[in-house]
Design a protein around this ligand. Structure first.
Ligand SMILES: Nc1ncnc2c1ncn2[C@@H]1O[C@H](COP(=O)(O)OP(=O)(O)OP(=O)(O)O)[C@@H](O)[C@H]1O
Ligand SMILES: [Mg+2]
Length: 568
């Protein structure tokens, strides 16, 4: 822009100089013409006033013209146009001059003049004619032509041009600097804003720049807002990916890792910086790799279960989905170890149930066969077998009841609409229910402590206490005691059931809460136990955030304590 302005100014200066040169030329020419005319008229007046009537017109013309120099030509003509004398030619051979413009005008008005080009001399001539009585004097002189004038003034015009051009360039330069200064300042500030050193462009001292500054400020403000919202969005997505429980790995078309989260690193047992690394080198598992290839090749999602040994054996479920745009894939990995474990427990449970059902049924079948085939004859034996069958049937009914209870408990996950249950009241109920049974073996059930309320279902708490007291009787010695204590301890409600029985060996103490687990199978069977009682206790305690404690000494006794949060 600067160059353009300088060029424009130069052209303008030249044009101005050319115009002024032409005007100067014209003015000089006009002035010269005026001088030439007054010189001719002056000379003419001088010649005519010193008139000498004795001498011929021709002689006067020749003498006076010679004296005047400057190439002046003098001609005398009478009123009829006949030439009377001439300083240069033979007046006798000259034609009639009345038709010459200056002469004709002088004849008419007394004075005339004209500039005419003379082909003989090749220059312009100025003719002046004036009437003196009965003669017309005509003076003429050659005029300098235009080229001569131009040549005269050209050097000064050139010098003036060069000087004014230099002056113009300097002036334009200075002016440009002054004009462009705010632009350069703006440029500097803008680069500072872009570089993050400033947040706003200050107001310009030039009013003309204000809208530009305002516009730029508005624009940077808007860009700032956009950038912020984009940053927030990415942060949000980042957080989701970082804190989600499932592992996530995004792969490009060459199966290089583009993105991965902490969960994925943990589940695959990988280091934390995977970006750019090839997944095939990281997880050397044939199944995973071939599934990945298949998902990408066939462009369809694949689900894969995988057993992986980390600190312990874990089961992973991997969802592989192709990403259409980038031709890569996304993998979501979840730990399904718990799921698998629950599945196993269920499977085992079914197997156990079938087994537990089969044993008494086989016994019953055996006795029934004996009886039907008439092998049992006397009434005493019939009675004995009938009793045995009844015992097994009761066992079966107990078992089925327990199984139904467990199924029921598993369905209630988060209990709602709980009632306030007084532990002491329920314990009293249980005691009266079991007293008769206990007394058969001379066992006494004692209850002590204060009333305390918890949030629960009364029935399930009764089940819990019933199971504990039932065990305390079953695994007690004859004439032993069962101590039930209810009260508060450490801000919690508790119920403790203590017996004087056979005790539970240390190595079994953890496992007795498992379904169907019995320390001494033979003894349990004799007492009709199925091994489900304590698993029901554990389940119910868990439902109300209860905590189970167990202390036991072989041949001395066992104490179960359950702590519950107190109801408010
Ligand atoms: N108070 C106790 N003293 C000694 N051993 C016990 C006591 N309570 C439980 N056990 C042992 O724990 C095992 C599991 O008890 P649990 O109540 O679950 O089953 P069970 O009593 O055999 O059968 P169920 O209660 O279903 O009729 C019992 O078989 C027994 O060996
Ligand atoms: Mg039991």
């Amino acid at each position: 822009m600067r160059k353009r302005i300088i060029l424009f100014c130069t052209v303008l200066t030249f044009a101005a100089l050319a115009i002024s040169g032409a005007i100067a030329l014209f003015a000089v020419e006009q002035r010269y013409l005026k001088e030439a005319r007054s010189f001719l008229i002056g000379s003419m007046e001088a010649v005519m006033s010193s008139g000498d009537s004795a001498v011929s017109f021709d002689t006067i013309a020749r003498e006076k013209a010679g004296a005047l120099k400057n190439g002046v030509r003098i001609t005398f003509i009478d009123l009829d146009g006949v030439v009377l004398g001439d300083s240069e030619a033979d007046y006798r051979t000259m034609p009639d001059h009345a038709g010459r413009a200056e002469v004709a005008e002088a004849l008419r008005t007394g004075f005339g003049e004209e500039i005419r080009h003379s082909d003989t001399v090749g220059v312009d001539l100025l003719y002046v004619a004036k009437k003196y009585g009965d003669v017309i004097a005509r003076f003429a002189m050659p005029l300098k032509n235009e080229q001569i004038f131009a040549a005269d003034i050209l050097p000064s015009i050139i010098i003036a041009s060069i000087l004014s051009l230099i002056a113009a360039v300097i002036a334009v330069n200075l002016l440009m600097k002054r004009i462009l200064k705010p632009f350069y300042e703006l440029q500097k500030v803008l680069s500072e804003v872009l570089g993050g050193k400033r947040t706003k462009i200050p107001e310009s001292e030039y009013a003309e720049l204000s809208p530009v500054v305002e516009g730029l400020n508005e624009m940077t403000g808007r860009i700032d807002t956009y950038v912020k919202s984009i940053r927030q969005q990415t942060e949000k997505i980042d957080n989701i990916i970082r804190y989600m429980q499932e592992g996530m790995i995004l792969l490009d078309e060459d199966l290089h890792v583009l993105l991965s989260n902490e969960a994925a690193h943990e589940l695959f047992g990988l280091e934390s910086d995977l970006n750019g690394k090839n997944f095939l080198h990281l997880v050397r598992n044939k199944e995973v790799i071939s599934s990945l290839h298949a998902a990408v090749r066939e462009q369809k999602p694949i689900v894969l279960d995988l057993k992986k040994k980390l600190s312990e054996m874990r089961y992973l479920r991997i969802f592989i989905s192709p990403v259409q745009k980038s031709a890569g894939a996304i993998m979501l990995v979840s730990d399904i170890t718990e799921l698998k474990r629950a599945e196993n427990v269920r499977r085992e449970f079914t197997a156990n149930v079938s087994h537990e059902l089969k044993t008494p049924l086989t016994t019953i079948k055996g006795f029934a066969e004996l009886m039907s085939e008439g092998m049992v004859k006397d009434e005493r034996s019939i009675n004995k077998y009938a009793m045995l069958i009844r015992f097994e049937v009761e066992r079966l009914i107990n078992l089925i009841n327990d199984i139904l209870r467990i199924a029921e408990l598993e369905e209630t996950s988060i209990p709602v609409n709980l009632e306030e249950v007084d532990l002491k009241e329920v314990a009293e109920d249980v005691r009266s229910l079991l007293t008769e049974e206990a007394s058969k073996r001379g066992i006494r059930i004692k209850l002590q402590g204060e009333s305390v309320k918890i949030s629960a279902f009364r029935d399930s708490i009764k089940q819990l206490i019933l199971n504990l007291v039932d065990n305390a009787i079953k695994y007690n010695r004859d004439k032993g005691t069962v101590d039930i204590t209810v009260g508060r301890k450490g801000g919690k409600a508790f119920i403790a059931v203590e017996d004087t029985g056979i005790g539970i060996p240390k190595e079994h103490q953890q496992r007795i809460f498992e379904r169907f687990y019995r320390v001494d199978k033979a003894r349990s069977k004799k007492t009709g136990g199925t091994g489900l009682g304590l698993s029901i206790v554990k389940h119910i305690a868990g439902l109300y955030k209860g905590e189970i404690k167990l202390t036991s000494e072989i041949e001395e006794g066992t104490k179960f304590t359950i702590l519950f949060p107190i109801a408010h």
